[in-house]
Write a protein that binds this ligand. Sequence first.
Ligand code: PGA
Length: 255
Amino acid sequence: MESKIFIANWKMNLRLSEQKALLTAIVTHCTFPNQLEVVVCPSYTNIPAVAEVTNQLPLILGAQDVSAYPEGAYTGEVSTAMLHDYNAEYCIVGHSERRKLLAETDAVVRDKAWACLASGIIPIICVGETLDQRQQGQQDAIVSTQIQAALQGINLRNSDTFVIAYEPLWAIGTGQAVGVSDAKHMAQVIRQVLIDFFHETNITPEHQPRIVYGGSVNPDNITDFSANGFDGVLVGGASLHADQFCHMIEALINQ
Ligand code: PGA
């Protein structure tokens, strides 16, 4: 069985000094067990400072986004090779904030996921429905379609792996996480989509893709997800506080 994973998405928060203070507090107070992967995803400008810490500790560096292009005239973009310079192992792609605010399409998300896989970075592919779509009962279809689109045409090798992050848009940053039975159901839907995909493409993955939940995760509800079909969590707001960060890790280990 793959180890559980805790992913902190710090988004566009924390100036460098704040980031350093948070990291110091996390490193001082949290215990990092072997059976859990702890990934932190800072802003690009904070990556070098975080990499200094992650390169010495059992913390793993991730990025929040990456270019689909390998190099060249793409002003403002950062390539997978540049992330490799800092030993980044994971990269979030297709976060709903980027899909919504920066008009990232399924095709762009697929290209970014493919760029990550081709360069040996594990993509954390975000999917999730809007409130309107959930109210109309479309969540299973929406999430399935997003996953299929993100993997379509990708020439996956058996050794490749990726993470699917189920993040319902209405649960992100709202303090209202998805209910346990709905979450459990969605984990099953996602697992089935992946089984079908591997079957159709004749791929026998050496590592099963992990499925994580994201959206208003906190120390009190984290095990609702990790104990109900998810292999871990993707956490925004609560991961900006060292005490909550450590409590969530403890909860994951002790569940
Ligand atoms: P949240 O964000 O934990 O603050 O809801 C999660 C995310 O957007 O990844």
